[in-house]
Design a protein around this ligand. Structure first.
Ligand SMILES: C[S@@+](CC[C@H](N)C(=O)[O-])C[C@H]1O[C@@H](n2cnc3c(N)ncnc32)[C@H](O)[C@@H]1O
Length: 510
């Protein structure tokens, strides 16, 4: 009997028929470890008993799509069979606080866990100089490790702080639900509902209140991308925040709701280009029917309030008391020693780095949360972002990128233990990391290639990324600290010898 599983397990013959290959092809993929073998329980196995060999249709389709995309032969793929996390359901990839706020470009906690559990131990100090929304910090903390995160974007730091903070979860929950209730009442009055049990304002004061709220709204983005009702609801929520203890937590709930309340199609939350006029029907690719853009924020506040409280309580049970340090600043320059001097790990060096830097010309990290910057009046430091989308992928952009990323690792290097391990997750389509490693005084010792099938909000299109494992290189090859920005001439550049985890693995073009 065919097993039931998320992996869509089928026999070899069925797999061959469904994807239009021969059973021999499928066997070949297995032998080359491009797809896994499974038993009737859906467990990955090394040896199959007679008649009990199954393959995952899901894994197979992803693998074939990657071949097609990369215009490569399958024996060049070299994908690590465990690092694809193909069978991992969505709720696990977004477990507890990892889903407190959307963030374009975060990696999954299971990837962090895989490496931290193999190369580090409890009480180690782990640094993520491109912290983003704090995935490494949350996972490291869960695994009893001290964590340090640096990010240039104040809003990303806010998300990471909220995820890793300690709460009185009962109070946090009650604050979230109380604000939700107040905004619901405000909204009822706003829409003229008769069912207002706790009127907050006399009818004639409502107009004055709304005018006051709108006067507090400075941002062009806010004025353009939201329906009037949605705008007033979010501005009212914002006004309540200073009355509570967990203000950043409330900001995150609000920001998540605001993001989903924009006048945008349901299928494009990550990269909308123009707002849809209020009430205008559009063909929704997500729901396969006509939809209209949302006109309020309350529905989303309802959706995320209880959810946030539940997620915090879940993480509260798993989190450890290890130090979490978050530094907002340019990782090329942050003085880590001084930052740590205020913490309980002041005298410690860093055991390792686990990070995913921005990729050249891919994402504008401040811009993706423009609504939050306007809503909370956060300062922006776009100019210090390394490799932003707005600077493109040209040769010059790549040079600047190499310089910036190398400066970050050089800056971190003095805080690394001699035997520290550095893991860098990168979609290195331009093959910049060998040079970055060299300029950083690091040596690539191993490369793991993984298929990425679902990075949050980057669509279902699979692509490949590499996890570079690096160690400190010898001092004489390190053109370090004092010459930030000066380059080793190309002619003297030597690609370090590194071990590819699977034979024949090359960097895959996209
Ligand atoms: C790929 S994201 C990291 C995502 C993270 N791994 C997560 O799971 O959320 C890269 C991050 O690098 C940050 N960044 C860009 N330039 C920086 C700089 N000069 N200093 C510190 N952080 C920077 C961006 O703001 C962005 O949050």
């Amino acid at each position: 009997m065919a097993p039931t599983s998320d992996l869509e397990l089928v026999t070899l013959a069925e797999a061959a028929r469904i994807v239009g290959k021969s059973p021999h092809n499928i066997r070949d993929y297995i032998q080359r470890q491009r797809i896994g073998k499974y038993n009737t329980q859906g467990e990955q196995i090394k040896r199959a008993r007679n008649g009990e060999l199954f393959v995952s249709l899901k894994e197979l389709r992803i693998f074939l799509a990657l071949i097609e995309q990369g215009d490569a032969k399958h024996h060049h793929a070299g994908l690590h069979p465990e690092l694809g996390f193909h069978g991992l359901p969505e709720y696990k990839r977004t477990k507890h606080v990892h889903r407190l706020h959307p963030y374009l470009g975060k990696f999954i906690p299971q990837l962090v866990e895989w490496f931290l559990s193999r190369y580090f131990k409890p009480d180690d100090v782990i640094l993520d100089p491109f912290m983003g929304s704090g995935t490494t910090l949350v996972q490291g903390n869960e695994m009893n490790m001290h964590t340090i995160g640096i990010d240039i974007s104040p809003f990303n730091c806010l998300i990471a702080r909220v995820k890793t903070a300690k709460y009185d979860v009962v109070q946090a929950r009650s604050e979230i639900l109380e604000v939700e209730k107040h905004v619901a009442n405000f909204s009822k009055q706003l829409t003229g509902s008769q069912d207002v049990r706790l009127p907050l304002f006399p009818e004639d004061k409502m107009e004055e209140l709304n005018a006051g709220l709108l006067a507090e709204c400075q941002g062009e983005y806010l004025k353009t991308w939201f329906a009037p009702r949605a705008l007033l609801e979010m501005l009212y929520y914002r006004r309540l925040i200073p009355y509570y203890k967990y203000q950043d937590l409330l900001r995150v709930v609000l920001s998540r709701a605001v993001r989903s309340s924009r006048l945008i199609p349901h299928y494009d939350l990550a990269t909308p280009t123009v707002p849809i006029p209020i009430g205008e029907k559009y063909w929704c690719r997500k729901h396969n029917r006509y939809c209209v853009p949302i006109d309020n924020c309350l529905v989303k506040i309802h959706a995320y309030s209880e959810d946030t409280a539940r997620r915090l309580a879940e993480f509260d049970k798993l989190s450890s008391d290890k130090t979490v340090t978050i530094v907002q600043g340019d990782a090329q320059e942050v003085n880590l020693k001084a930052e740590l001097s205020k913490t309980s790990i002041a005298d410690r060096l860093v055991d390792g780095i686990f990070t995913s830097p921005p990729y050249v010309g891919q994402i504008d990290y401040h811009d993706q949360h423009v609504y939050a910057y306007e809503l909370f009046g956060l300062p922006r430091q776009d100019d210090l972002e390394i490799g932003p989308k707005k600077r493109g992928k040209s040769k010059q952009a790549q040079k600047d990128y190499i310089k910036g990323i190398a400066a970050v690792f050089r800056n971190a290097r003095s805080m690394l233990k001699q035997d520290a391990k550095v893991f860098v997750v990168a979609n290195d389509r331009f093959q910049l990391y060998p040079e970055i490693a060299q300029l950083s005084g690091l040596r690539i010792v191993e490369q793991f290639h993984r298929a990425v099938t679902k990075r949050t909000e980057q669509g279902d299109d699979p692509y490949q990324e590499t996890i570079f494992m690096m160690v400190k290189g010898s001092e004489d090859k390190f053109h370090g600290n004092d010459n930030r920005g000066s380059f080793i001439p190309q002619s003297s550049f030597r690609i370090p010898q590194s071990k590819e985890v699977f034979y024949g693995a090359t960097c895959w073009p996209h």
